[in-house]
Unconditional design. Structure first.
Length: 60
């Protein structure tokens, strides 16, 4: 995956506040997971065919 879909500095800050470091592999894996969630939401909206906006209700 080429694009990072998370704000790396925010993720690292959360880890640092917990006393941990954040590995590059974690950021990459998290981005892949976010990508999958977004794509699933888009497919859900397209399949329903009732609206043109992806919303929080489409995260299920």
């Amino acid at each position: 995956m080429a694009d990072t879909l998370v704000v790396v500095s925010k993720i690292k800050k959360m880890g640092k506040e917990a006393g941990l470091r954040t590995g590059k592999d974690y950021i990459e894996a998290l981005s892949v997971k976010v990508d999958g969630i977004i794509k699933a939401s888009i497919e859900k909206v397209k399949a329903e065919g009732k609206k043109k906006t992806v919303g929080a209700e489409d995260l299920a």
